[in-house]
Design a protein around this ligand. Structure first.
Ligand SMILES: C[S@@+](CC[C@H](N)C(=O)[O-])C[C@H]1O[C@@H](n2cnc3c(N)ncnc32)[C@H](O)[C@@H]1O
Length: 247
């Protein structure tokens, strides 16, 4: 996709060096605990929208039968290698219609690419259309308006055995216009292959940002019973329960 960040297009083969599957274990366990709420029947099928490199799925697939949808073919290819037992489908979370229902629907950080209230409404609509009555939707944005902070972080990994690539990056989160519904995350990636020289690539990601009440209103308008929960890392996530059908 030409308007996708470079990380999900020309650089998608590098994604796991930037964001390693092992780093997702705790977050995936937190997500699993909310999806498999012991007060409700145990979910079996799980649809993830914006599944990316399949990092969460690499942990969640032990608990659920997963269908993974992403916009980027490059990211799907990466995830297929990591998660060959999962179903992979190309689609846009705003519009995709699979014609079947799942016990649970999950949208992790990919929901940040919903940049307007209308985008977010459409993604939540997709979650609702694919969620069985009585099922659950879990949405885990990186930030909401109330938790946003401008910051700079850095990271990166060396390739595992047999992969002689290395990445280091800085990530700069900044809101150029606090009165609109977006902010930017600029990445500078330093890429090294074998013992060769470092190549530098700049990549701007434009993320959506909405107040808590907008998230809750959109979930409720769409038909979910919605609540917000603080996660262990200072963020707020949203759980929507689709009411069961009356007998
Ligand atoms: C940070 S990655 C997700 C990583 C994922 N949480 C994991 O566990 O690997 C964000 C993903 O969102 C996808 N994405 C962005 N906009 C999307 C959309 N409208 N529909 C579906 N996927 C989208 C990108 O292609 C990218 O793969």
């Amino acid at each position: 996709m030409s308007d996708q960040p470079k990380l999900y297009s020309e650089l998608s083969p590098w994604f796991h060096l930037l964001s390693s599957p092992a780093d997702y274990a705790e977050e995936a366990e937190f997500a699993r605990s909310l999806i498999a709420d012991p007060d409700f029947p145990a979910p079996v099928t799980l649809l993830e929208l914006g599944s990316g490199g399949g990092n969460n799925a690499s942990h969640l697939k032990a608990s659920f039968r997963m269908t993974l949808v992403d916009l980027s073919e490059g990211m799907l290819d990466l995830s297929r290698k990591l998660n060959p037992e999962c179903e992979h489908l190309q689609g846009d979370m705003k519009t995709v219609r699979l014609g079947r229902l799942f016990d649970a629907v999950f949208i992790h950080d990919a929901v940040m690419y919903m940049r307007s209230e209308d985008d977010l409404r459409r993604a939540i609509g997709t979650a609702h259309i694919h969620c069985k009555p009585g099922g659950v939707a879990l949405l885990m944005p990186d930030v909401i308006q109330e938790t946003f902070v401008s910051l700079t972080t850095h990271g990166g990994h060396d390739g595992l055995a047999g992969d002689d690539r290395r990445i280091r990056y800085i990530e700069w989160t900044f809101d150029p216009n606090p009165s609109d519904t977006t902010y930017t995350v600029d990445f500078a990636y330093l890429l090294r292959e074998n013992r060769g020289p470092v190549r530098v690539v700049h990549d701007t990601h434009v993320f959506g940002i909405f107040p808590r009440q907008i998230w809750l209103d959109l979930l409720r308008e769409t038909g979910f019973e919605a609540r917000t929960i603080a996660d262990p890392w200072g963020r707020e996530v949203f759980v929507g329960r689709r009411p069961p059908e009356l007998e």
